[in-house]
Design a binder for this molecule. Structure first.
Ligand code: SF4
Ligand code: SF4
Length: 323
């Protein structure tokens, strides 16, 4: 329970903390890593890995396919009139059954100021499905803006390496503050204000029903991410990501950290969109030998792919080291 609350606090914007207490197993492992033999072993393994230059794109490829297929389903259903999935990612009908994105449903109910039963039924189904597969896995495996954001991020990093762009970071609590602002705006105006500026809804509707002027806004966001602030929208603004973070806080599908395998090089934190969830990979920050990564993790698998010593793996709780 303590770790869950800690994860949620970090997701809301609190800086991760060095643990005050380590389990006996973690103490033994750190003692081993800090011994003369442990240090020599770590040095040797790091040298071996640098020679191998390990990097896989297994999960990334599957994720990209998943995002394309999910979004294509909406397009094909509408254009080919097969009526499999009608609507957009924010609200849809799957073979006639109502489905609603959690954040959109919240916004609508706040704007209407009453509980809409159809939305509750549709949202419960969505919540259950995304809880099963990890909550913010919606971001990495379904959200169309995530895919564009990833490409913008690649460009940003390429420019940054050449000194042509710089990442301007903001306090992560900004997303929490804006979450409250968007909710308050829905209540006060009776209108789902966030949906107007959400690139997720804009893109999803544009794919299905055709381009609109709102795409200019998505272009502006991407330019900000390329030149000014890495993953700006997803890191500091988007309430959808945070809502799914809450949904997935206790999800069975998780990424798990194994202290004994970690060489503390920090490659995982370099690639992660939410590096605060990987704080335990720093020396002395893991309070146990096996830890499930926190609620803000999108289950994108980039840390799993980049970690040469397999210290990070996809797990289903109760079935250790599934993949
Ligand atoms: S944070 Fe928002 S825009 Fe970013 S991937 Fe998640 S849902 Fe999509
Ligand atoms: S911890 Fe790993 S799986 Fe989770 S968001 Fe970061 S890189 Fe992706």
């Amino acid at each position: 329970m303590g770790r869950l609350l800690d994860n949620l606090a970090v997701m809301l914007g609190r800086a991760p903390r060095k643990p005050a207490f380590l389990t006996p197993a973690a103490q033994r492992e750190f003692a081993r890593q800090n011994s003369k033999e442990g240090k020599a072993d770590r040095k040797r393994r790091i040298a071996e890995e640098r020679e191998e230059n390990y990097r896989s794109h297994f999960w990334r490829n599957w994720r990209w396919i998943s995002i394309v297929v999910i979004n294509l389903l909406f397009v094909l259903s509408y254009r080919a009139d097969i009526q499999l999935v009608e609507g957009a990612l924010t609200a849809s009908r799957f073979v006639g059954f109502h489905m609603a994105d959690v954040n959109s449903a919240l916004q609508v109910m706040l704007a209407y100021k009453h509980v809409v039963i159809n939305l509750v039924i549709g949202t419960s189904t969505v919540v259950f499905i995304w809880w099963l597969v990890g909550g913010r896995s919606f971001c990495a495996w379904a959200c169309p803006y995530h895919l564009l954001g990833e490409w913008a991020e690649m460009l940003h990093l390429w420019l940054a390496r050449r000194g042509l762009a710089k990442d301007h970071q903001f306090h992560r609590g900004l997303r929490t503050a804006l979450y409250v602002v968007f909710a308050a705006l829905a209540v006060v105006t009776g209108y789902t204000v966030f949906e107007v500026i959400s690139p997720v809804g804009i893109l999803s509707r544009a794919f299905t029903y055709g381009a609109s002027l709102a795409l200019i806004w998505v272009g502006v966001l991407l330019l900000i991410e390329v030149f000014y602030s890495r993953r700006f929208w997803c890191r500091y603004i988007c309430p959808i990501g945070m809502t799914y973070g809450f949904v997935g806080a206790t999800a069975p599908v998780t990424v798990t950290y194994d202290l004994a395998n970690c060489l503390h090089e920090g490659k995982c934190r370099d690639v992660c969109m939410v590096p605060h969830v990987l704080e335990m990979t720093k020396i002395g920050y893991a309070d146990d030998v096996r830890i499930n990564i926190g609620a803000d993790c999108t289950r994108c698998g980039m840390c799993v792919e980049v970690c040469p010593s397999k210290a990070l793996t996809f797990d289903i709780k109760g079935l250790n080291k599934l993949l």
